[in-house]
Design a protein around this ligand. Structure first.
Ligand code: 5GP
Length: 190
């Protein structure tokens, strides 16, 4: 998506040759018009697939998912990072190793909001190693819902997550795919 790629080139900051900071328009200050265009693009790509729920993970995915949900006219569920274990069995839970924060989080989703019959689109800001998406997919599978696919803003295609997920048969639609990051240089996939 050209608009997103242009903004990344103009405003993205590369750290340590592998982390792309997009705080000025995507995951701190938020360019909601951009989110609307992204939501429209995912709605076009997933037209006719019967998505009835969008699932994301706190915190950075929530803004993008909410604006996209307006295009799909469906609710958003965000997986919460939780310190509480699933004692009473009222939540689905999984584990995510965070790339950016170098820590491990248990994530939970209430069983009230996801179950058999749901058709789920997962949305997130970045795809790197795929841990966040694998955790969310695990939760979809536990619930008995159907995973329709994933919508990602920025895929770092030089990291293994996208390939791993596609090899598993998961549909992944990334709006900007970064082929290469160096200290002052960024290259997108064709
Ligand atoms: P993964 O689980 O695929 O390794 O990483 C995905 C998560 O890590 C995303 O939800 C995102 O919050 C964070 N992340 C991974 N790479 C980057 C990056 O280059 N920049 C930013 N801002 N976040 C990233």
């Amino acid at each position: 998506m050209k608009l997103l790629e242009d903004l990344i080139r103009e405003k993205g900051i590369i750290e340590h040759g592998e982390v792309l900071k997009v705080d000025s328009f995507l995951n701190h200050q938020m360019d909601v018009k951009l989110f609307q265009e992204m939501g429209r693009e995912w709605a076009r790509l997933y037209a006719g697939t019967g998505v009835n729920k969008i699932l994301t993970i706190e915190a950075s995915g929530i803004g993008i998912a909410c604006v996209a949900a307006l295009e799909f006219d469906v609710p958003v569920i965000f997986a919460k990072k939780s310190k509480t274990k699933n004692i009473a069995g009222e939540v689905y839970s999984s584990t995510v190793v965070s790339f950016t924060h170098n820590n491990v989080n248990d994530i939970i989703v209430s069983k009230k909001f996801l179950g058999p019959g749901d058709r789920v689109l997962i949305i997130d800001d970045f795809l790197a190693n795929g841990a966040a998406l694998l955790g969310l997919i695990d939760i979809v599978n536990q619930s008995g819902a159907e995973l329709v696919g994933c919508g990602i803003a920025v895929e770092k295609a030089f990291q293994p997550g996208g390939k791993r997920l596609r090899e598993m048969g998961v549909r992944v639609e990334s709006l900007a795919k970064v082929a290469k990051l160096e200290d002052n240089y960024i290259e997108f996939c064709d």
